[in-house]
Design a protein around this ligand. Structure first.
Ligand SMILES: C[S@@+](CC[C@H](N)C(=O)[O-])C[C@H]1O[C@@H](n2cnc3c(N)ncnc32)[C@H](O)[C@@H]1O
Length: 436
């Protein structure tokens, strides 16, 4: 029954796609058309219009009404192909240079590879990410690019000298011929992979804390404890060069770790961009509960607390928080939330608890399914630009059904939550100061 239903759906979707495609080749109105000529609607007497090869594909794809077509166009091709092939390694796009990055050989090629202001070739001293995927991420490592260094993994070796000077975001083969994806880390990657002292504020939680606190460029923010420095880095980015962060930490070893991570990120950033990351975090070794002297004369737009017994520090912090400002608290246990609220109530602190949230993000698997007979469905292969160029020479062929082959996306999918999920990290409590 399911197989019959699938055959019917496939047939109807294929017919619909073909009708849409035929219509599209006769009436599409793309301008700036170097390659593919499309006949005009003669009745309207309009001028002939031309399609670039990429536009020709898009004009076919964007017309599809099939949800499967739309989903398949959203899927990363490597995920899709690996689910299908099962055994397959990373598929490296044929046009992607593995070992060398060449300057554009012609103005035409130059136009196709835009420059990205501020981004340079990979530099010694930067932190980079190396990844290998097969169905899912199998290997992910952050490493420090060093002259004469080597990236070692069970997939083989890549000498660092082979990476320096080349652009990020490309596949490089190990000595065993396995392609590893090399890219620059986002701030989220960096904090998740940097060396830690204590546990960090997870990026999903840090992002919500920034929203709760409404941190804006130019703000002055108080943070404690510095811990491993993850939250400090997110705050540093949010307040920007006009703002400042005061970060207090009780333990000297944690303080050193936070400062080191902050320095490493800033150094890597400066190498990558050629200009400095704002130096806007002031790290101090101090117990927040007894830091009145250090805080004297300072005011903060908001406060982020991630420490044991935050309620014990509130009396010290509150006089320095802007009326109406928010103190966002990161706590692992719900019993600690109760302690916090009870602490505020007993001492009658001028704080309203506006929200208590647990932030959950759920990873999903969306990929072509195995058929009942255990075979993988055949997907239409992506059409490289060069093939489209040839297609462009014979536009009339797109009008015939025979050339189309199976419409892409006409295959069953699995779509379900990923079996491995991030577990509980913390509760976030949003406290707002009021004036009596
Ligand atoms: C979980 S860690 C903070 C992690 C940090 N938010 C990050 O993202 O890397 C908690 C830190 O608070 C510090 N701490 C605990 N009580 C403190 C206090 N009264 N004053 C300052 N720091 C304190 C601990 O030493 C510890 O390093």
């Amino acid at each position: 029954m399911a197989a019959l239903l699938h055959r019917l759906l496939t047939a109807s979707s294929r017919t619909r796609n073909r009708k849409i495609l035929v219509k599209c080749t006769k009436t599409s109105y793309f301008r700036n058309s170097p390659s593919l000529s499309v006949r005009s609607d003669e009745k309207n007497g309009s001028e002939p219009h031309q399609l670039t090869s990429g536009q020709a594909v898009l004009s076919r794809r964007t017309r599809s009404l099939s949800p499967l077509d739309r989903i398949s166009s959203l899927l990363p091709q490597d995920v899709v192909r690996q689910e299908q092939d099962g055994e397959a390694d990373i598929q490296v796009p044929a046009s992607e240079p593995l070992e060398e990055t060449q300057a554009p050989s012609s103005p035409e090629e130059g136009r196709r590879s835009p420059s990205h202001p501020g981004e340079r070739g990979l530099m010694f001293g930067e932190f980079l990410m190396a990844e290998h995927r097969k169905n899912r991420v199998q290997y992910r490592k952050m490493f420090h690019l060093q002259e004469g260094g080597r990236l070692l993994s069970s997939y083989g070796v890549i000498p660092h000298n082979q990476l320096a000077g080349h652009p990020a975001g490309r596949f490089v083969k190990t000595n065993r011929g396995i392609p590893i994806f090399i890219r620059r880390p986002s701030l989220e990657d960096f904090v998740q992979n940097m060396k830690r002292g204590p546990a960090i504020a997870y990026p999903k939680d840090a992002a919500i804390m920034l929203l709760m606190m409404d941190v804006t460029e130019g703000d002055c923010v108080l943070e404690s404890g510095s811990g491993s420095g993850a939250m400090s880095l997110f705050l540093s980015r949010a307040v920007g060069s006009k703002g400042s962060v005061l970060s207090l930490e009780l333990r000297e070893d944690h303080h050193r770790r936070a400062v080191l991570n902050y320095k490493r990120w800033r150094t890597s950033w400066a190498l990558r961009r050629g200009h400095q990351w704002p130096d806007n975090v002031d790290f101090h070794i101090s117990d927040l509960c007894t830091a009145s002297e250090l805080l004297a004369g300072r005011g903060f737009h908001s406060v982020a607390l991630d420490l044991l017994n935050p309620h014990l520090a509130l009396a010290t912090v509150l006089p320095h928080l802007l009326p109406g400002g928010v103190c966002a608290v990161y706590i692992a246990n719900i019993t600690q939330v109760v302690d916090l609220l009870e602490g505020i109530r007993c001492v009658a602190l001028p704080l309203r608890c506006e929200r208590i949230v647990e932030v959950s993000d759920r990873d999903w698997v969306v990929a072509p399914a195995l058929q009942k007979d255990g075979q993988h469905c055949i997907r239409k292969a992506p059409i490289p630009d060069s093939d489209l160029g040839r297609e462009a020479e014979t536009p009339d062929q797109t009008d015939t059904d025979d050339d189309l082959g199976p419409a892409f996306g006409n295959i069953p999918y699995i779509a379900r939550p990923h079996p491995e999920q991030t577990r509980h990290t913390a509760f976030l409590v949003k406290l707002r100061k009021f004036v009596q």
